[in-house]
Design a protein around this ligand. Structure first.
Ligand code: PLP
Length: 502
């Protein structure tokens, strides 16, 4: 199997796609075909551990990795790093509604599922391709990705990881999670600006010849750990199969019975992995795309028009506050019957005019696979309350958006297919908002995130995750700051990288 660019060019191996991150023509790498999984393998997966399931699925895509290499990467990623023995356990809310908990990793959000594995895949790719330079990962984060990348790359030989976060744009817990990271190759820099400033700055660094040249002189090559890298997408396919295998094992479904997945969506990476699983033969009925008040995708699936001429809202599900969902490009490639030049045209229209339309026929094709809906903050809060009072199950705001969208979807369609809600974060990661929902804003107004975690603990009797408890004790190790112009950011990276080497 080889990897093509969504914009028509390129033909590379899996390890080359992972090393490069993005194709030279600006497109995203996609597999040349979807390997098929038969009933026999689905049956066998019932009795496998998560790691074994991962080796089966990943080996189908990572053709230039040996099975032993894949197994070693998987082992390094998941063994001893998650606080649940099943890694991605399924929680039955009812017979028809199951919750796939993807938040048991080191940073309490689903990004760990991929970012624990990516560094190992990348290191292996480095060796395979005779790349002797240090892989310098640059990340701009609005909160969750930064810490997940730092945890994943921490102390991985031959790599370094530098994260830029907006100075006043992340939560107290998120900031502490990042600034207390240890390890000999981690760098965290606060940018005087918002997330867009940080993101624009990082993109500018990738495009700056003088910066790239300076890095090269110091023996480093740049790469990206954000969700456009195929190495972040492929680990996410695994948990769709794993959830299905668990439903089979627990007698909730019969082999071949289709299941719906509802996914809280931002950059479209998580739900796209579900689509890939479906293309591989996993019996998926509908993929339901759930958005918050930033409902650009809901509009897209309804109209076939993607338009960023709209307001941007800050919500209580911040990881879904996004206007340009970059991974949608991979779905467009399939919608365009793999015509890269058509995808290129749409992406140019988006860049130049802020919108494009895929046309009625393609919209109908998309609607035969995807449903979409959205929930605002008030509905999200109400959903957290409703699920807690009915089932004593506590959802984080992102998961609650998905739960509410599933509720609406069922009411509107009458579809009672067994459905899996993909849960992307622990409620403890958003303790101030979640405790305010349950106790009232006035009761928690003056409390810090740790006190709010204690409230959640008392309400639902779940232990406060170790990762949060530790934050109270850990010293802050990263205090670097910089201005938002490219020169300042370049200088900050070089200073930080040199500092750690001395
Ligand atoms: C990143 C993130 C999402 C969105 O996932 P995409 O792959 O970007 O669609 C949803 N919830 C949480 C908690 C996240 O961190």
């Amino acid at each position: 199997m080889s990897y093509f660019s969504t914009r028509g060019g390129a033909c590379v191996t899996a390890s080359q796609a992972i090393l490069a991150g993005i194709a030279e023509d600006g497109g995203l790498y996609v597999p040349s075909m979807f390997p098929q999984v038969n009933d026999e393998l689905l049956r066998r997966m019932e009795d496998m551990t998560y790691e074994q399931r991962a080796v089966e699925i990943l080996s189908l895509y990572l053709e230039d990795y040996t099975r032993d290499e894949v197994a070693a990467c998987v082992h390094a990623a998941y063994t001893g790093k998650f606080d649940h023995p099943e890694i991605a356990p399924l929680h039955a809310l009812t017979d028809k509604t199951h919750i796939l908990e993807l938040f048991h990793g080191p940073t309490l959000a689903f990004k760990d599922m991929a970012l624990q594995l990516l560094p190992h895949l990348m290191k292996c790719a480095q060796e395979k391709n005779g790349e002797t330079r240090e892989i310098a990962i640059l990340v701009a984060t609005s909160g969750d990705t930064g810490k997940a990348a730092l945890e994943g790359f921490r102390n991985v030989a031959g790599t370094s990881c530098t994260v830029f976060y907006p100075m006043d744009g992340v939560s107290e817990i998120q900031q502490l999670q990042m600034t207390t990271t240890d390890g000999n190759n981690t760098h965290v820099i606060a940018v005087h600006g918002n997330f867009d400033d940080a993101q624009t700055g990082v993109k500018a660094l990738f495009g700056s010849e003088s910066f790239v040249e300076k890095m090269r002189e110091e023996g480093r090559v740049l790469s990206s750990a954000n969700s456009i890298n195929f190495g972040r997408l492929v680990p996410q396919i695994v948990y769709y199969f794993s959830a299905y295998a668990d439903l089979l094992r627990d007698g909730q479904i019969a082999l071949g019975e289709p299941v719906n997945f509802v996914v809280p969506t931002g950059n479209f990476g998580d739900i796209l992995a579900g689509y890939y699983a479906r293309c591989m033969g996993l019996p998926v009925a509908r993929l339901i795309c759930a958005s918050n008040r930033n409902d650009v995708l809901t509009e897209f699936f309804a109209s076939g028009i993607y338009s960023i001429h709209r307001l941007f809202y800050k919500t209580i599900s911040p990881s879904m506050d996004i206007l340009v969902s970059s991974n949608l490009e991979r779905l467009l490639y399939e919608a365009a019957d793999r015509d890269g030049s058509l995808v290129k045209t749409w992406m140019e229209l988006l860049h130049d005019c802020g919108s494009y339309s895929v046309g009625e026929q393609r919209r109908e094709w998309l609607a035969s696979i995807f449903a979409a809906g959205c929930a605002d903050d008030a509905e999200t809060r109400q959903e957290i309350r409703a699920i807690f009072s009915e089932y004593e199950y506590l959802m984080d705001p992102h998961t609650a958006v998905a739960s509410k969208v599933l509720r609406d979807y069922r009411r509107e369609t009458g579809d009672d297919t067994v459905s899996v809600i993909v849960s992307t974060a622990s409620p403890f990661k958003f303790a101030p908002d979640v405790s305010a929902v349950l106790q009232g804003q006035t009761a928690v107004r003056h409390l810090d995130a740790f006190a709010c975690s204690d409230i959640l603990h008392n309400l639902c009797r779940l232990p406060v995750p170790q990762q949060i408890l530790e934050l109270r004790e850990k010293p802050v190790l990263h205090e670097a700051q910089c201005d938002k112009d490219t020169e300042s950011m370049a200088e900050a990276v070089l200073t930080s990288l040199r500092g750690k080497e001395e």
